[in-house]
Design a protein around this ligand. Structure first.
Ligand code: RIB
Length: 336
């Protein structure tokens, strides 16, 4: 394994110059810098991140914890965070919590020992992030929470305007003449699921449309949740003519259940999802959905973090990104 002494020898410079080039800590003349970088490359030198971190207190690593990369919403979030991290000289390390707060805790504890420059977290169900972030903050490490916030979160955050997005979707269904509406929410202790329910209820309240409690079904944010809760909704009398699904994965389960029940979407039951994932264009019928930018969520979080790493100590930022309604074919006029 090559070391800094060998680089100095090959580039015919002092050890100090090598260190300045590697740490970007002093202006080194271009030809000299190039000689050092060429030697670094020729010798295949990789700085030991942990050793560098110990000297500089932090490594150039940013940790990111998300629920599950196999959920099609999250890759774009990670991509946004990584692009911004990378272009600022940081490398992203990704961990999945599988939505279990105990696994999230393992990641939070272990990542700390790698001395990350910062952390971006989409909290798991029942996350303990608020307490954990305090430990990071005491060590001078920024934590940005995105997409869904744990209760009492007061640090930096980036979310979509979930309430407004759900409101727009529900207004659309009301304008199509639906008066028996239902919703299948995500886990309601998550702020995004709860805010989406809030937007749904606001639209009904404003239109003076009644909502009996059984027309609100809480599910996990996935296809299985959407499927089983749709079967429950389809047994209600009167049967809902429109469903607002808490996300597109839930909507996928709704489509399946509607079809299996021998009903048609949108002729018998209209449907709108949330997230506007790519597959929405190819479902049958194509899924109308509230669009939020996962990429922007991740990129904005990483930008905030980079500012914090540079020393920005302004009060916590709470960025709320706009949502819009993408209308395709899954919502139609209410049946007579
Ligand atoms: O399954 C992905 C969903 O959970 C999205 O709606 C997103 O907001 C996340 O929290």
């Amino acid at each position: 394994m090559s070391n800094m002494k060998q680089i100095a020898k090959m580039a015919r410079v002092s050890l100090g110059t090598v260190s300045h080039v590697l740490n970007n800590s002093a202006t080194v003349r271009e030809p000299v810098r190039n000689r050092v970088l060429e030697a670094v490359q020729a010798l295949g030198y990789r700085p030991n991140q942990v050793a560098r971190g110990l000297r500089r207190v932090k490594t150039s690593m940013i940790g990111m914890i998300i629920p599950d990369i196999t959920n099609p919403f999250f890759p774009a979030v990670v991509r946004g965070a990584e692009d911004v991290s990378f272009s600022n000289g940081y490398r992203l390390i990704l961990c999945n919590s599988d939505n279990h707060h105990s696994k999230e805790l393992v990641h939070l504890n272990e990542l700390r020992s790698f001395l990350p420059a910062g952390l971006i977290v989409i909290p798991s169900n029942f996350s303990d992030l608020t307490a954990q972030a305090e430990v990071y903050r005491r060590a001078g490490t920024g934590v940005v929470c995105i997409d869904r916030l744990p209760t009492n979160w007061s640090g930096d955050s980036v979310t979509a305007d979930n309430e407004e997005g759900a409101y727009k979707a529900t207004r659309h269904l009301l304008r199509l003449g639906h008066s028996t509406l239902a919703t299948i929410t995500g886990p309601l202790h998550l702020t995004n699921a709860n805010d989406r329910l809030g937007g749904f209820k606001r639209a009904l309240r404003e239109a003076k449309v009644k909502l009996a409690p059984e027309y609100v079904q809480e599910a996990t944010f996935d296809k299985a949740g959407g499927y089983s809760k749709t079967l429950t909704l389809l047994r209600l009398i009167p049967r809902p003519t429109a469903i607002f699904a808490g996300n597109d994965m839930i909507a996928l389960g709704c489509l399946l259940a509607i079809r299996e029940a021998g009903l048609r979407c949108p002729e018998d039951v209209s449907l709108i999802g949330f997230d506007d994932l790519d597959f929405g264009e190819t479902t049958n019928p194509a899924l109308s959905s509230v669009s939020q930018s996962g990429y922007q969520l991740g990129a904005t979080a990483a930008n905030i973090l980079v500012e914090r790493i540079k020393g920005n100590s302004d009060p916590p930022k709470h960025v709320v990104l706009e949502t819009s309604l993408t209308i395709r074919s899954s919502a139609a006029r209410a049946p007579n």
